[in-house]
Design a protein. Sequence first.
Length: 170
Amino acid sequence: MTDLNPADLWPLPPGAPEKPEPQRWVWAAMEPTERRIRLTELAGWVEWLRTTFELHNTITHCWYRHPAVVEHLTALYAGWMRTYAGEAEPARELAEADWISTLHAFTPRLKLPACATGTHQDPPPRVPAPPGADEAFDLYVKVSDAASAPAGHPAAAELSRREAELNAPL
């Protein structure tokens, strides 16, 4: 029996590197040419995902027009590549089962009820920040306890008590 790497079976999009290395994808950090190549690669995998896991009614055909869904699918794809095509021996015994569990945990985030009828609906517009929001945030960071309180672990008192018990004089 030969060792078969599923990544070797996966078709590469035109212009893609010979064999993509498992990596983290940051869409905004990619040059436009790479972004187009990677988006095409992701689209092929998403079609496989929709078919294999019967998610055709969950992941709509316009998934690529919804940035949040693209980010979730990107995370799933990168994890799939690391799990199935990355390490020769996964670091965890149940890596594949863990990936499938992650897929099911992400599934509600992949649904786009507004687009489920087959007609794309743009995401709701972003609500602009009210006037003065940046200044209010800057002031909060400067004066609030959340940002200026001295460092301290919530369990420090308990740890000190236990240490005192261990070091008590006999």
